[in-house]
Design a protein around this ligand. Structure first.
Ligand code: FAD
Ligand code: FES
Length: 293
């Protein structure tokens, strides 16, 4: 269980991992995620289930290395194991026929968009995907998204892939055209989801966003992932991760994402100490305490 089957690199700092996990693979649906813990005492982090095979029993995780746990995760080799995978968590995306759905993916947001776009297409929607990245080298899943959409539009901040500019520049004319979408789904950086929601609010186009709040336990107990949705407080792990973009307090979410910056920095700076080493020093300390002076 939880054995790494294969790994590859999709772009600098973005890795593709297939992990054996038959129980989760049997149950998961588009939009869901899991909580991962690499080893005893390690931090728990949420990752989207980007794909799965219920028959072969594997999950696909697409991981951007940003801090300590993601860096340690992508160093694992085929045959090595992840201690804990808890999931599937979160509500699956509501997959229904809406007409034309525009899926807006920013950066690593392409990973959660992929299974959702596939499922929306499978029930007959006209699916348009807008895929944005900083540059051509950072653009991921282009071929797979092309296969499951009616139209794929690329854009990059520096113009090295697709149209120059951000996803909102590509979305804007689409919203104002005669064939304006019946629904928009945006997944990516908070600022991007906020900008997309602001654009669609004025035109009353239903917009779903998937919130990447910082999570601690993933069970609704710690309150770490709380967000304000309209006048209510919600927990992304158990009430989300998807919410109505027109109701999200993005400003608060952005502020809360930096709540643990100091601890994250410290975790990156500390050299890894293996648990055995710690146990050994704890034993020595206990022995020292027991020894009469
Ligand atoms: C529901 C959900 C699904 C996610 N799916 C994916 C996925 O499929 N692939 C993927 O690469 N990442 C995903 N993330 C983000 C991922 O959980 C974080 O990148 C990870 O927790 C960082 O852990 P770390 O120890 O490597 O970095 P840390 O040291 O904890 O953080 C380093 C930096 O990363 C940023 N960061 C930390 N947590 C988050 C977060 N939750 N969202 C965005 N930025 C964060 C912060 O700016 C922080 O300074 C998801 C997050 C959520 C909530
Ligand atoms: S992560 Fe603890 S309440 Fe959601």
């Amino acid at each position: 269980m939880n054995t790494i089957l294969r790994t590859s690199t999709l772009a600098p700092g973005i890795h593709d991992l297939h992990v054996q996990s038959p129980r989760i693979a049997r149950k998961c649906r588009p939009g869901q995620f899991l909580m991962l813990r690499l080893y005893e005492g390690g931090e728990r982090i949420p990752l989207t289930i980007a794909d799965s095979d219920p028959v072969e029993g594997w999950l696909r995780l697409i991981v951007q290395t940003v801090g300590r746990t993601t860096r340690e995760l992508v160093l694992l080799k085929p045959g090595e194991k992840i201690l804990d995978l808890a999931g599937p968590l979160g509500h699956p995306t509501e997959i229904a026929f809406r007409g034309t759905v525009v899926c807006v993916a920013g950066g690593i947001g392409a990973a959660p968009i992929l299974p959702i776009a596939r499922a929306l297409k499978a029930v007959g929607n006209r699916v348009i995907v807008i895929l944005g990245a900083r540059n051509a080298a950072q653009m991921i899943l282009q071929k797979e998204l092309e296969l499951c959409s009616d139209r794929l539009l690329l854009c990059s901040d520096d113009g090295s892939a697709g149209l120059p500019g951000q996803v909102t520049a590509v979305l804007e004319p689409m919203l104002r055209s005669d064939s304006r979408p019946d629904q928009v789904l945006a997944i990516g950086p908070v600022a991007m989801m906020a900008a997309v929601s602001e654009m669609t609010r004025a035109l009353a186009i239903p917009t779903i966003v998937s919130l990447n709040a910082t999570m601690v336990d993933g069970t609704g107990m710690c309150g770490g992932c709380r967000v304000s949705i309209g006048s209510t407080t919600r927990f992304v792990c158990v009430d989300g991760p998807e919410f109505d973009g027109h109701l999200v307090d993005f400003h608060e979410l952005q502020n809360r994402q930096h709540a643990y910056s100091r601890q994250e920095q410290q975790a990156m700076e500390q050299p890894h100490r293996c648990r055995l080493e710690r146990t050994e020093s704890a034993l020595l300390r206990d022995e020292h305490r027991r020894t009469p002076a």
